[in-house]
Design a protein around this ligand. Structure first.
Ligand SMILES: Nc1ncnc2c1ncn2[C@@H]1O[C@H](COP(=O)(O)OP(=O)(O)OP(=O)(O)O)[C@@H](O)[C@H]1O
Ligand SMILES: [Mg+2]
Length: 333
């Protein structure tokens, strides 16, 4: 990886790497993006989530100048350049890994890399150095001389991303970077993405893996029906959906019954002898539950705290009707 190191600017006050207001895109009479706002601080990781067809790839394609936005669209700035007036400057600053591979199967992995180096006008010597370095980093050195058509899906994906990094872009768009990767390769990819961000690179990624957004992203936006249904940190998003609860399990049916009457708000599962109490998982709420059990002289055999995960958020925000409770949208901002 080229050694340019910028200060890591993981804070919201940094000039945004990507700033989008009122982005609109229709295909025929189908509105795909119905006024999208996005602000991505430099040096951060931003994840775009959303069901199939929500417009994630379309957003990436517009921001990376591959597809044009509608004429009545608002303003898009990437790396400080205006998309409408200076797309060439944007192209020079960014790297894009599309949802579908850009790898040419007929030539070797190394040749694919050297082709990218040529496109970026690197000298032969510099091109070979950068290609070798990236192939090594993506664990492709052994396969470098083999035709890319003989690579596994995961190897192709790694080569795809290595090719994106040849020009040392400061902003990277990754459309589903880890789809099809096994868990180990996925973790390796996460490590690489984190390393890029440590060097000051800004990453916008789309993903179907909520765990990935949770692990990696500083901020997450959920796209649904052409709009941003919610945006925030993973923790903020989880707080807007109900579902957090404390579960108490008992082996003694008498203790279970006493607890059920002491904790009126609990949902009972008489078969499993377990009680479920709505809770935000805070220390204050836990203490209140324990105090009531203590006061009644009851001891549970097991206490577990369940917080909503991003799956809950995804299901709550992207239901099939696409309606999001106004309250939820407000809270997410
Ligand atoms: N070139 C095109 N012509 C017409 N419609 C298109 C075109 N590209 C995308 N669409 C439509 O725009 C919508 C959004 O597609 P897009 O590929 O952006 O979704 P996505 O969120 O990336 O989905 P996925 O999770 O399946 O990758 C879909 O309804 C798709 O059919
Ligand atoms: Mg897509």
């Amino acid at each position: 990886m080229p050694a340019t190191v910028m200060n890591t600017t993981r804070n919201a006050t940094a000039a945004p790497a990507v700033s989008v207001t009122g982005l609109r895109k229709s295909y025929g009479d189908k509105t795909v993006l119905d006024g999208i706002d996005l602000h991505i601080p430099a040096g951060s990781i931003f994840a775009l989530l959303g069901p199939n067809g929500a417009g994630k790839t379309t957003t990436v394609q517009i921001l990376s100048t591959l597809v044009s936005a509608d004429a009545d669209s608002g303003r898009v700035r990437v790396a400080g350049h205006d998309l409408a007036t200076d797309p060439q400057a944007i192209r020079a600053a960014i790297g894009v890994t599309g949802q579908f591979s850009a790898v040419d199967g007929l030539i070797t992995g190394e040749e694919n890399m050297l082709l990218m180096a040529d496109l970026h006008h690197l000298s032969k010597k510099e091109g070979r150095r950068v290609a070798a370095e990236l192939l090594e980093r993506f664990d492709l050195t052994d396969a470098a001389k083999k035709p890319a058509s003989t690579y596994s899906g995961g190897m192709k994906r790694r080569l795809d991303i290595a090719m994106t990094l040849v020009g040392d872009p400061r902003i990277i768009f990754l459309d589903e970077p880890t789809t099809g990767l096994d868990p180990r390769s996925r973790h390796t990819m996460w490590g690489i993405i984190r390393e890029l961000v440590r060097d000051g690179v800004t990453v916008l990624l789309t993903t179907q893996y909520l765990e990935e957004a949770d692990e990696l992203a500083d901020r997450i936006a959920v796209l649904n029906n052409g709009r941003i249904a919610a945006e925030g940190t993973a923790e903020e998003l989880k707080r807007i959906v109900p579902g957090g609860h404390v579960r108490l399990r008992f082996t003694d049916p008498d203790a279970y019954r006493s607890a059920a009457s002491a904790l009126q708000v609990a949902t009972r599962d008489d078969e499993a002898l377990s009680l479920s109490i709505p809770s935000d998982g805070s220390q204050r709420e836990l203490r209140a539950i324990l105090d009531r059990l203590d006061a009644a002289g009851i001891e549970a055999d097991e206490l577990t705290v369940h917080t909503p995960d991003l799956d809950d958020v995804f299901f709550a925000l992207t239901d099939t009707t696409g309606t999001v409770p106004a309250q939820t949208q407000e809270n997410a901002r």
